[in-house]
Design a protein around this ligand. Structure first.
Ligand code: ATP
Ligand code: MG
Length: 139
């Protein structure tokens, strides 16, 4: 567990995470609204050499970037059923030769491969800009 004390620290942690990633890895990022899921993904993408602007793919649901590897950025916040996610072909992406970074993975938990890296971001009880961040490799 680490404590991030600013948006920038979360971004830097994302860059650190990028260093352990390999082709076909899936990173699922859990956390309430506004905890910094997109922010940490911006750091990961930076570390992976993505040059494009990284923002939440709220409408498209999937953004595709190219860095050293292909990077797929998902945001399932607005998805309300597994079939909706399946229609988007997300399962194909999960097994594709890229790296998947997923916001709101709990929405499609059942579709996710078990082998993945879970990042859990929580608000800190004491300070508005602090976050508790856990990184758990599964299995
Ligand atoms: N320690 C911190 N880590 C990350 N973000 C922080 C931190 N402190 C403040 N912030 C701010 O919190 C906001 C996080 O926004 P971000 O879009 O990354 O959250 P999110 O989890 O993706 O939200 P959503 O659920 O809407 O997708 C940013 O405005 C950022 O500047
Ligand atoms: Mg977001």
């Amino acid at each position: 567990m680490v404590i991030s004390r600013s948006s920038r620290e979360t971004y830097r942690l994302g860059i650190e995470i990028s260093k352990i990633l390999k082709i076909k890895d899936i990173v699922s990022i859990y956390g309430e609204l506004g905890t910094g899921k997109t922010r940490i993904i911006q750091g990961i993408c930076r570390g992976l050499g993505v040059k494009e602007r990284v923002t939440s793919p709220s409408f498209a649901l999937i953004n595709e970037y190219s860095g050293k590897l292909k990077v797929y950025h998902f945001d399932f916040f607005r998805v309300n059923s597994l079939s909706e996610a399946m229609e988007l072909g997300c399962i194909d992406y999960f097994y594709d030769d890229g790296i998947c970074l997923i916001e709101w993975p709990e929405k499609i938990e059942k579709l996710l491969p078990e082998k993945r890296i879970n990042v859990i971001i929580q608000y800190h009880k004491e300070r508005k800009n602090w976050r508790r961040i856990e990184i758990i490799r599964n299995p």
